[in-house]
Design a binder for this molecule. Structure first.
Ligand code: NDP
Length: 329
């Protein structure tokens, strides 16, 4: 639906580099918010929306924690509205991928879209997001959005006073298990080894919460249910013994991977690929290149925080251009 309305045809002459003021890479809440601000600042932004325009929100159902939607909104519809708002102010939203970048030297930077279209961009705003890691079992895909979720803060509320399971043993899984334990009747935590990876403080919190039951040495054999989750079959990794648990929600918290591979030769990142920015700004280590949203945030990862950081990136880019073009610069 979104793909059809996005303009791929504007990319005409493949041999002539396209010179632009602002390139936005990625089309989640961060990218669209950056686009709204950049377009309103007359930077004539071009957005490459990726292969799945709208980002992670297009694979969620109801969004109930974004201010301004008192009755909630479906994730795909919300992203469609973001896109329309960005286009209303003149953002050129294109369906496609940035396949390589060259941030060496001074701007404008050479960026290649879809393998063969060359763009020379004065500023680049990176809003490529992060992808949740999944277990990779068929029932997980079948029931995604029907009880299976990778975000407890987003979807936990739908399982108020119900029993749920969460897979993972890192800080995210512990934090989300604690969050779920406040809302749900019971939380099964499925841990594949005989120990946590999380910090000691987070482990203690989980182990001291009465309605969290940790199943160590346990792997998910199958998530059960036809049209919605009604249980999970758990295998004891040591004995091979199977047991079914009755749960209505199934959360996967086994880490995220930021979508930043294409920038790895130029931008500073942490060991897992999250882009590093100057604290309190969206500035990367390269002048004129800014980062926002989940690509640079492994802590909060919310639509509203991503949108806020997209605004910061557009303002930083606008100020950078203004300073560069100022007669006293
Ligand atoms: P981590 O990579 O730290 O942990 C992932 C967990 O998932 C590990 O316990 C791992 O198991 C488990 N896992 C991976 N694959 C599978 C699988 N196929 N089946 C079952 N379990 C699996 O990711 P997090 O998202 O928890 O954290 C990412 C980073 O963010 C960390 O540095 C963390 O400290 C930080 N963070 C900090 C927070 C805070 O300070 N408040 C909050 C959240 C995150 P195993 O241990 O066996 O490898």
């Amino acid at each position: 639906m979104i793909i059809e309305t996005i303009n791929a045809s504007k990319i005409s002459n493949m041999n002539t580099p396209e010179k632009i003021e602002c390139l936005i890479v990625g089309s989640g809440p961060a990218g669209y918010t950056a686009a709204i601000y950049a377009a309103r600042a007359d930077m004539k932004p071009i957005m490459y929306a990726g292969m799945q325009p709208g980002g992670q929100l297009t694979i969620t159902t109801d969004v109930e924690n974004y201010p301004g939607y008192p009755d909630g909104i479906m994730g795909p519809e919300m992203m469609e509205q973001f896109r329309k708002q960005a286009e209303r102010f003149g953002t050129d939203v294109r369906y496609g991928m940035i396949t390589s970048v060259d941030f060496s030297g001074k701007p404008p930077y050479k960026v290649i879209a879809d393998e063969n279209h060359e763009i020379l961009a004065e500023t680049v705003i990176i809003a490529t997001g992060a992808s949740a890691k999944w277990l990779g079992i068929p029932s997980e895909e079948k029931l995604n959005g029907r009880g299976v979720s990778a975000c407890a803060v987003c979807d936990g509320f739908f399982f108020k006073c119900k029993d749920v399971a969460i897979v993972g043993a890192g800080d995210t899984a512990c934090e989300e298990a604690s969050y779920l334990a406040k809302i749900c009747s019971k939380v099964y935590m499925i841990v594949r080894r005989d120990e946590f990876r999380a910090s000691k403080a987070m482990q203690h919190r989980v182990l001291n919460t009465p309605n969290i039951e940790v199943l160590f040495n346990s792997v998910t054999d199958e998530i059960l249910g036809e049209s919605k989750v009604d249980g999970a079959r758990i295998k004891n990794a040591t004995t091979g013994e199977m047991r079914n648990i009755d749960v209505q929600g199934f959360f996967v918290a086994i880490g995220h991977k930021p979508n930043t591979d294409v920038f790895k030769d130029f931008l500073d990142m942490d060991e897992t690929g999250y882009l590093l920015t100057v604290p309190g700004t969206s500035k990367t280590n390269i002048e004129g290149v800014f980062a926002c949203g989940d690509a640079q945030d492994k802590v909060y990862r919310q639509a509203v925080t991503a949108a806020g950081s997209g605004c910061m990136a557009a303002l930083d880019a606008e100020r950078y251009l203004a300073a560069k073009h100022s007669p006293v610069a």
